[in-house]
Design a protein around this ligand. Structure first.
Ligand code: NAP
Length: 238
């Protein structure tokens, strides 16, 4: 039986590219996002058969638990979990609404913790099981106008390293990919010609370039608790 990969945030952007690449590699995909129609549209374009879409808000504990129980019942044990669901609410701290702080932390940090918690028991049964969380280069370096977003991503790095230690003895690996500017809906409001000047490779990355890094970490059988930066060299000059 082919490996089952769950991609949270698989309906758009980085998660959608990861889903496409894993399906090309012969995985069975479960695409999770809040919007059912978007998750189904992503599944419809995947290579091969037997893929499924689930709608779930990963920031809600009970919903996550129920969704993952259903995934396991309908699709079997999970080999790969990719946490690519995320939001941004860029603003200076003094202009950030408390409710936006909560949404950011609940989606970007708590959401990935909840999906890992819900998936892990199932993953312990599988050889070569692996989690990849998607952080951000601003979680490593900080950025004005992204205090809460970068805090959520920095904490996700700590969570990734700790969980990697916790489950290594059970042969589950946990790593993090930290992208820079990537062409997705999240960066659609940014002008590449302005922002890319700061990037040593002088352009935004593509979701497919991030997906390649995710695939590497899912398959890298002797790598755990690591951060792989995919940012065109941005962190070198931040
Ligand atoms: P995107 O194009 O906006 O896609 C976000 C995905 O997350 C969508 O599938 C969305 O689907 C899903 N999602 C959002 N909130 C959710 C929730 N509460 N529950 C379930 N699914 C949810 O974003 P992206 O650029 O691909 O970003 C992917 C990850 O990379 C994020 O963690 C982001 O922070 C990180 N990242 C992105 C960049 C960049 O430049 N794009 C840079 C660094 C890091 P629904 O709306 O249907 O729920």
């Amino acid at each position: 039986m082919s490996r089952l990969a769950v991609v949270c945030g698989g309906s758009r952007g980085v998660g959608r590219a990861v889903s496409r690449l894993l399906a090309q590699r012969g995985c069975r995909l479960v695409v999770v996002s809040r919007r059912d129609d978007a998750a189904r549209a992503a599944v419809a374009e995947l290579h091969g058969a037997d893929h499924k879409a689930f709608s779930c808000d990963i920031s809600k504990g009970e919903e996550v638990q129920k969704t993952f129980e259903m995934i396991q019942r309908m699709c079997g044990n999970i080999s790969y979990l990719v946490n690519a669901a995320g939001i941004n609410r860029d603003a200076l701290l003094v202009r950030t609404k408390p409710e936006d702080m909560i949404s950011l932390l609940h989606t970007n940090l708590l959401g990935s913790m909840l999906t890992c918690r819900a998936a892990l028991r199932s993953m312990l049964h599988m050889q070569g099981a692996a989690v990849v969380n998607i952080g951000s280069v601003v979680g490593l370096k900080g950025n004005a106008g992204q205090c809460v977003y970068s805090a959520s991503k920095a904490a996700l790095e700590g969570f990734t390293r700790s969980l990697a230690k916790e489950v290594a003895s059970r042969n589950v690996r946990v790593n993090l990919v930290a992208p820079g500017f990537i062409h997705t809906d999240m960066t659609a409001g940014l002008r590449e010609e302005d922002r890319a000047r700061a990037v040593p490779l002088a352009r935004f990355g593509t979701p497919e370039e991030v997906a390649q890094a995710v695939l590497f970490l899912l398959e890298a059988s002797y790598v755990t608790g690591q951060v792989l930066v995919v940012d065109g060299g941005l962190q070198l000059v931040m």
